[in-house]
Design a protein around this ligand. Sequence first.
Ligand code: ZN
Length: 382
Amino acid sequence: MGADGSRWCRRLLPDRAGNDRPVEAARSRGNHARFQEELTLLTVFSPEHKLHDAKTELSGGELVAPYECPARAEYVLKQIRQVGLGDVVTPEVFGLDPILRVHDPRYVEFLRDFWPQWRAAGNRGEGLPSVMPTRGMRQRVPQNINGKIGYYAMAAETAITAGTWSAVQTSANVALTAQAMVGTEKTSAFALCRPPGHHATGDQYGGYCFINNVAVCAQAFLDQGAERVAVLDVDFHHGNGTQSIFYERSDVMFQSIHGDPQYAFPYFLGFADEMGAGAGEGFNHNYPLAPGAAFDVWGAALLEACQKIEAYGPDVLAVSLGVDTFEGDPISFFRLTSDDFKRYGAILAGLKLPTLFVMEGGYAVREIGVNTVNVLTGFVSS
Ligand SMILES: [Zn+2]
């Protein structure tokens, strides 16, 4: 699939009988009740995200309660139900194959086997690295688990626990279930993933991320016949993992709007001059913004990114949806209001693309539900 007549022809949507029909006709169809039906968005969610419930995060020289916590997903789910966004379904099981399309098998093996090895080595706390292969060191995987965790870490704040691997697998299944809906039944869907994924590279975890859910889904779209996928990362932090996975490829365009890495995590990637390399040159665009950026600045970057998406002509859009751009976020420095999230949801709808939303960050826990669902209601209402 993928050529003319495939389900990825972006001007067409399947109707209930399986026939294709133009997007514009679907949106303007007269029957009010039918129109109301289309104002919903399917969510995929699993309570198994709670299996990843670390007690520690290394922050400011202290071990603190993690900002990335189970309550985040529960607040989003609560708000989805409160506004009646649409059906909430549980994920199917996809196994490791789609994950291994973008991640190193030895890295996946490390995540799977980490906890018993960590404990067997006599470690009593949660899994945190203390040494990494930095400048001047050899890039080899050690046998010792305390060395191995450093090799596979891109940052040191994120703890691995007994339940992490189960939650990480479930999070990937949540993403892939929503991806399959976008590919087959629905035009758009929301994957309420936790843990998030966009900082995870092909073989590194960190920044609360382990498996790069949006990258796994982008690859799945391609494997199922899409020719071009646009990934738009609107999380406050640069999507370094997604960028690195697709940096030398033209079949995935990656764009990220984020806090300038001179001042914000992940500090060492996400600058404007990173444009892609080799076959991927010109298919990577970063929009690093200064501290204090409000919607006038942020929205202008979004419009520029949307123009590039339109010029690229993708079959599908995958959005790394982090809402830590919120003015009240405890670990970020943008100034978006709750209403702004609705506004940019509407802008994304203007692209008229089948869209997969994948949950990333957002640490103002009590507002995360309102802000996330505002993007989605802004999207479906437009
Ligand atoms: Zn973030």
